[in-house]
Design a protein around this ligand. Structure first.
Ligand SMILES: [Zn+2]
Length: 108
């Protein structure tokens, strides 16, 4: 009976919604809340200790992305940046691929 197909719909719809929209509304899923907090405090320390440095500008931009929910995603292509990369360089704004392209451009 056709009606038997309906009960499965809400679940799959929810899943579809999650997969398609989660990226836009939340922070990187590869980072735990605790990791994010640690990264945020690192960034805030940089801003507090060297307010006029290039590092602070970059840290501020990362904090801004955190507030808007874009942190952890490449600003060029939107790909998720790996947690390991973020942990090593908390203010990183580009994924490895885009960073490599940018480095090539700068070297040229
Ligand atoms: Zn990218």
């Amino acid at each position: 009976m056709a009606i038997n197909r309906w009960p499965s719909l809400p679940g799959s719809l929810l899943c579809w919604l999650k997969n398609n929209f989660k990226k836009d509304v939340s922070m990187s899923e590869s980072l735990s809340a605790q990791q994010l907090l640690r990264i945020r405090s690192k960034l805030e320390t940089v801003v507090a200790e060297q307010p006029d440095s290039r590092a602070a500008t970059s840290a501020n931009a990362a904090l801004q992305r955190m507030r808007s929910g874009e942190y952890g995603y490449c600003i060029e292509c939107g790909d998720e940046i790996s947690a390991a990369r973020l942990a090593a360089k908390p203010d990183v704004a580009l994924c490895v691929d885009c960073q490599a392209l940018k480095d090539e451009e700068e070297d040229a």
